[in-house]
Design a binder for this molecule. Structure first.
Ligand code: CMP
Length: 216
């Protein structure tokens, strides 16, 4: 039996799509590690659901309520049927105390999440939808980009972005089509290659200048 299977035997649960595992503002006594599937982390802002992240295999959530003894700071909903490890606070503490590698990995992940949150704040401060999409592409290149000969490749699942960027899917697709036609990017399914990040950054500055000066 693989280590992953052994952990699943002990702590695992199969959770169907649509299940809400954490509700913002409610107390919580478990944390979760995703073995497969996807989980949506969201917050309600003026009654509108704002997606903070879509988490996948290897990622964890629900640790904050356990660590800080505070209510859940966001909701977590199964987006794609998932196999999850459900860890109670005692086991969590024993894992962290007993294995410094787990603790270090967790700290790294939390630092990454904080810097992603900072980047999201920066993106949402841009009032123009096209600028938000381009800024998001550039941020992904910086934080999760894979250098290739043709440019920098990023995961860019367009259907997940409208809620995250507050831009409609047709508008994102139309912008991608224009950027592709002008040779700035290449889109293949959920993968996008930015040919030249400096040029895309110039385009972002152009969009911002257009917003500032209009057609003056
Ligand atoms: P907790 O507050 O216990 O329950 C909701 C969980 O969502 C929270 O712990 C975190 O694990 C997770 N979470 C909150 N904000 C983010 C974020 N910006 N990115 C990824 N996960 C988050």
């Amino acid at each position: 039996m693989s280590a992953e299977e052994a952990l699943f035997q002990r702590f695992g649960k199969e959770i169907p799509v649509g299940t809400v595992l954490c509700r913002e503002g409610e107390p919580g006594k478990e944390m979760y590690v995703i073995q497969s599937g996807k989980v949506r982390i969201s917050k309600k802002v003026r009654d509108v659901e704002k997606v903070l992240a879509i988490l996948g295999p290897g990622e964890f959530f629900g640790e904050m309520a356990i660590i800080s003894n505070k209510p859940r700071n966001a909701s977590a909903t199964v987006e794609e049927a998932a196999r999850l490890l459900v860890i109670d606070p005692k086991t969590f503490e024993a894992m962290i105390r007993g294995n410094s590698e787990i603790a270090v990995r967790m700290i790294k992940k939390l630092a990454e999440r904080l810097s992603d949150a900072d980047a999201q704040v920066e993106t949402l401060l841009l009032s123009d939808p096209n600028s938000r999409v381009v800024q998001h592409m550039l941020q992904l290149c910086q934080t999760r980009g894979r250098p290739l000969e043709e440019g920098i490749e990023i995961d860019f699942p367009i259907r997940d972005l409208p809620r995250e960027l507050a831009v409609g899917e047709p508008a994102i697709r139309y912008l991608c089509h224009r950027l592709e036609k002008s040779g700035l990017i290449e889109l293949q399914g959920d993968r996008l290659t930015v040919r030249d990040t400096a040029r895309l950054f110039d385009y972002l500055r152009f969009l911002e200048a257009k917003l500032k000066f209009g057609d003056l």
